[in-house]
Write a protein that binds this ligand. Structure first.
Ligand SMILES: C[S@@+](CC[C@H](N)C(=O)[O-])C[C@H]1O[C@@H](n2cnc3c(N)ncnc32)[C@H](O)[C@@H]1O
Length: 203
């Protein structure tokens, strides 16, 4: 059983309170249009799914990937309750992300929200996600950054212990290095920074 299988029971209410605004801003940076296909890695409890599905509409597609069955069970409930037929959830390790896993090689956009501080081999996960997006498509990442510090307030300690996040990772750098039309939004966050970055994959 994964750590997040247990954590899933309390995860979403706290996360929405702390990061609801960040999530909405990250989704905005994707500039989604109706009919598009968007990837959500890792999707967790599917907290971003309603925003993504709303933007791509009934003829678009949303694919969420996560390796925690507990987190995905919550995401599945959302999909079932809303009756979405175009939201697919894949239980898999993000380090194996490829076109076969997500069921398409045509991805218009991808979001990684509170993921790159958590997944192992985060650079590889980012690159796999970025490579799946078509040229001209958008990618957004959101996470917390502590500028190398490890003890920076109660909220950040909570993240390190409960979310098992490493907030010293410079998670935005691979996107900034490879994308054009990059937009960054920073929020001061309990002694650290909540950073949201969106960019376009070059043609
Ligand atoms: C902090 S949660 C973020 C979930 C979601 N993006 C959100 O904004 O609420 C981190 C998620 O990463 C998932 N995760 C960690 N390592 C993973 C891996 N190697 N492959 C797939 N999912 C992973 C966990 O199961 C958990 O659901």
């Amino acid at each position: 059983m994964q750590h997040y299988d247990v954590f899933s029971w309390v995860y979403e209410s706290g996360t929405e309170l702390l990061h609801g605004r960040h999530r909405r801003e990250a989704v905005e940076l994707l500039r989604l249009r109706r009919g598009q296909t968007v990837l959500d890695v890792p999707t967790g409890t599917g907290a971003s799914l309603p925003l993504l599905r709303e933007r791509v509409g009934p003829y678009g597609r949303v694919v969420g990937v996560d390796y925690s069955s507990g987190m995905l069970a919550k995401a599945r409930s959302k999909v079932t309750d809303a009756g979405w037929r175009n939201v697919d959830l894949v239980e898999a390790d993000a380090r194996t992300l490829d076109a076969e896993l997500v069921g398409t090689d045509r991805v218009d956009a991808a979001i990684c929200m509170l993921g790159l501080s958590v997944v192992p081999d985060w650079q590889e996960v980012f690159q796999r996600m970025f490579d799946l997006v078509r040229p001209g498509g958008r990618v957004a990442v959101m996470d917390l950054w502590l500028d190398g510090r490890v003890d920076s307030g109660i909220a950040n300690t909570y993240y390190r212990l409960l979310a098992q996040a490493d907030q010293r990772r410079r998670f935005w750098e691979p996107l900034v290095e490879q994308a054009t039309d990059v937009h960054t939004i920073d929020h001061t966050w309990f002694g650290g920074v909540a950073r949201i970055v969106g960019g376009t994959k070059p043609l």
